[in-house]
Design a protein around this ligand. Structure first.
Ligand code: GAR
Length: 193
């Protein structure tokens, strides 16, 4: 018997190196596909990455994210099973969190609950970690609810931070952890649905 393919929609705002890593990871998987990429920043590099793999992408604005006839309707029409936030910087509105309970996964580039919340994204996080003299940082993969970085934690991994590390070094270490673990945790979550 053939089971339907589970469909991932990736939301991203920037470069999309995690998005590409996820697309490649599931490229050979007959049961799971990255079905679409949604982006809130016209011209973001993630759109080129999606195009390289023939994945349909859509750029949307705030109104379309909030409007039940906008992004949510498109996700429903495509039969999206899971939304993956891979460097996506806007809060997901209640209409979408309620339509996808336990089915929206975010990656955060620090060890939540530290260094989370509004404005804590990308290099801002790594600068704050270095400025505070932390001895370690890492990644948190978590479910998304209506508040920034507060959903149930699915997985964390750690990396050392030395006094010599710059925010850029920390970003490299954190990205390495993201590439290693994020696709696997997405796969695990999908299998439990
Ligand atoms: C990643 O490090 C991700 O953890 C972070 O943005 C980066 C995107 O990199 N996400 C956040 O800060 C969300 N609060 P990428 O575009 O190369 O994948």
């Amino acid at each position: 018997m053939n089971y339907p393919v589970k469909k991932i929609a990736i939301f991203a705002s920037g470069s999309g190196s995690n998005a590409e890593n996820i697309i490649r990871f599931f490229g050979q998987n007959p049961g799971i596909s990255v079905d679409s990429v949604y982006c809130n920043v016209p011209g973001a590099f993630v759109l080129q990455r999606a195009g390289k793999y023939g994945i349909p992408s859509r750029v949307f604005n705030r109104r379309e994210l909030q409007d039940p006839e906008g992004v949510l309707k498109q996700l429903r029409e495509r039969g999206t099973d899971v939304i993956v936030l891979a460097g996506f910087l806007w809060l997901i509105p209640p209409g979408i969190t309620e339509a996808f309970p336990g089915r929206i996964i975010n990656i955060h580039p620090a060890l939540l609950p530290s260094y989370g919340g509004k404005g804590m994204y990308g290099m801002n996080v790594h600068r704050a970690v270095v400025a505070a003299g932390e001895k370690e940082s890492g990644i948190t993969i978590h479910l998304v609810n209506g508040r920034y970085d507060e959903g149930d934690i699915l997985f964390q991994a750690r990396c050392p931070v030395t006094p010599e590390d710059t925010p850029e070094n920390v970003a490299d270490k954190v990205h390495a952890l993201e590439y290693e673990h994020f696709p696997r945790i997405i796969e695990q979550t999908l299998k439990q649905l």
